[in-house]
Design a protein around this ligand. Structure first.
Ligand SMILES: Cc1cc2nc3c(=O)[nH]c(=O)nc-3n(C[C@H](O)[C@H](O)[C@H](O)COP(=O)(O)OP(=O)(O)OC[C@H]3O[C@@H](n4cnc5c(N)ncnc54)[C@H](O)[C@@H]3O)c2cc1C
Length: 535
């Protein structure tokens, strides 16, 4: 991938995708694999929007059975299998424990029905069925639940997790680029270009230089997530659909459980998760309507208090000092007049503006879970191909992502020997890049210094920085820390690495000293949002 705006001149793209979150990335990949000449523009870093603030589950959503969204759950359970197949290096099975309490007879008796149904809807799954565990077996799995006096048993079921969700997004873009797509980050679509009731391109701004470019295309897909309707406003596009934005937060904390736990909030009955994430726990989420600043979202003191209070019903010893930092993101839901945020459907909607208002050349995607991203891409491209009158079948369900398959332990050992690196280092690097690990290690082989860790606290090595700049369009500190790697998601938020990473990226990208310092300050400001609840 090359961030080169000259690729825009003199070209009429088949498809222009706005938004480099998981949905836009999946659309761009599908389009490129079908042979369409595709452009994707992302106004910030890839995956920087809601994609990076999710719970990181690839799941059908047990919770949505309560609101009877059976079709959605069935589709997402099917997608779970597909994503496991095309991205085995990034997605893994995760075991969930739901404690059954004497004081909650409703959940104790209704959950087995829900779990039967969940298994039934996951036809053809590769994941084990649910089962019930005695109190004793539950405590063997989760000793920290011993403090719950009325624990009588638990239910065990499985779903999937993508710890490196940002890389799942990035690999879709890498695959699109491998198939001829032009992918530009820090490139904002400012306006739709229209003539005679037809959208024929976008005006796009390079966020670093402020320079404006014209990108022409036969069709534009707006996959701008919770910003999608801003483009409608700037381009005077009318639609009867409305977005409902709701905020969801997570806490990264000291390790609370061995498995994922599903707990119910005592105050409102909402379900929330404790998810193991590396050596820590990710706890969330909340679901509250949001009308504030779209570019600066953070967990407030009251958001955090809600989760901590609910958590303490199960883990009384848990306190605010156990929190490293918080994350916050916005769901963009299709408004449908439902009473509560939690009751609003998580299903996506394609707005075909030609059908709605006669405006040709524009499709907008509203809503949609990460789990559904590939299916959304397929649906969008089926519609685009129909409009173009071309027959090009979707291949994304059978085409592995660039880092697939996962690397075997035998391959890891021989790569470690060959590159003179510890097996643990290669194991970790392979968990991020899958089969592309050898391309990263080549840098460490060519220059032994690059085999050194970036910081004492992180298993990442300097070679990853060079690889990210040369192959993955990392052009800011946060591109590297929050998308190409997850260094920024560790307890220190990567703040102990910024001088080193800045010092390595600077010469590769030709930054002046002032620009390097500017990068460091911008990253500090992003990290500070995660601590804002403390004040
Ligand atoms: C708290 C929380 C937990 C969640 N957990 C899960 C989960 O576990 N599993 C799951 O399946 N789903 C989950 N979801 C839902 C999921 O995260 C989102 O539905 C998904 O990430 C949406 O992806 P997206 O690409 O549409 O949006 P985003 O990731 O927000 O991407 C949109 C992108 O468009 C870019 N953009 C916008 N306007 C422009 C423009 N004019 N020019 C250029 N670029 C532009 C933005 O910068 C952004 O990067 C969760 C959501 C929340 C809030």
């Amino acid at each position: 991938m090359k961030r080169d705006f000259s690729q825009l001149s003199g070209v009429n793209f088949d498809l222009i995708v706005i938004g480099g979150g998981i949905v836009g990335s999946g659309i761009a990949r599908d389009a490129a694999l079908r042979g369409l000449h595709t452009l994707l523009v992302e106004k910030d870093g890839f995956a920087h929007g809601t994609t990076s603030s999710s719970t990181r589950l690839i799941h059908g959503g047990l919770r949505y059975l309560r609101t009877m969204q059976f079709g959605l759950v069935r589709q997402d359970l099917r997608e779970r299998e597909i994503i496991l197949k095309i991205a085995p290096h990034l997605v893994k099975r995760l075991q969930f424990v739901i404690p059954a309490l004497r004081s909650e007879p409703f959940y104790r008796f209704s959950l087995p029905f829900g779990l039967y149904l969940y298994d039934f809807l996951a036809k053809g799954r590769s994941i084990p069925r649910w089962r019930r565990l005695s109190r004793q077996k539950t405590l063997e799995l989760e000793p920290n639940l011993a403090g719950i006096d009325d624990l009588v048993a638990s239910f065990l079921y499985s779903d999937c997790q993508a710890e490196y969700m940002e890389r799942l997004c990035l690999e879709n873009l890498l695959s699109a680029a491998e198939n001829g797509a032009c992918i530009l980050n820090h490139a904002a679509a400012k306006n739709l270009l229209m003539k005679d009731g037809t959208v024929h391109g976008i005006k796009v701004t390079d966020n670093f230089t402020g320079e404006n470019y014209v990108a022409n295309g036969r069709m534009v897909v707006n996959a701008g997530g919770h910003w999608a309707n801003l483009l409608w406003e700037t381009s005077n596009v009318k639609s009867k659909d409305r977005l409902r934005r709701t905020k969801g937060i997570h806490l990264l904390t000291k390790k609370v459980s061995n498995n994922a736990l599903v707990l119910f909030a005592k105050s409102d009955g909402r379900l929330f998760f404790i998810i193991p994430l590396w050596d820590y726990s990710l706890i969330g989420t909340t679901d509250t309507d949001y009308t504030d600043d779209l570019d600066s979202i953070y967990a407030s003191t009251s958001d955090v208090e809600y989760l901590v209070t609910e958590l303490r019903h199960y883990f009384p010893q848990f306190g605010p000092d156990d929190i490293y930092y918080t994350m916050a993101g916005l769901r963009s839901l299709v408004a449908s007049g439902d009473k509560t945020a939690s009751d609003t459907s998580r299903a996506h909607k394609l707005v075909d503006h030609e059908q709605q208002t006669g405006l040709k050349g524009l499709i907008t995607v509203l809503g949609g879970k990460i789990t559904a991203y590939r299916a959304i891409g397929e649906e969008v491209l089926d519609l685009v191909c129909k409009k173009f009158g071309v027959q090009a079948p979707c291949t994304t369900a059978d085409t592995p992502l660039p880092g697939a398959p996962a690397v075997s332990s035998h391959e890891i050992e021989s790569a470690a020997k060959q590159n003179d690196l510890p097996v643990e280092t290669v194991t970790y690097v392979a968990s991020l890049y899958g089969s592309k690990v050898s391309s990263v290690l080549e840098h460490a082989n060519a220059d032994k210094r690059l085999g050194q860790p970036i910081a004492a606290s992180s298993p990442d090595i300097l070679a990853q920085i060079k690889y990210a700049v040369e192959e993955e369009e990392a052009v800011t500190l946060s591109d590297f820390l929050l998308c190409c790697t997850n260094i920024g998601l560790g307890p220190s938020q990567g703040l102990d690495t910024i001088e080193t990473v800045g010092g390595e990226m600077g010469p590769l990208l030709g930054w002046s000293k002032a620009e390097q310092q500017g990068q460091i300050e911008s990253y500090r400001a992003i990290a500070a949002l995660g601590q804002r609840f403390r004040t």
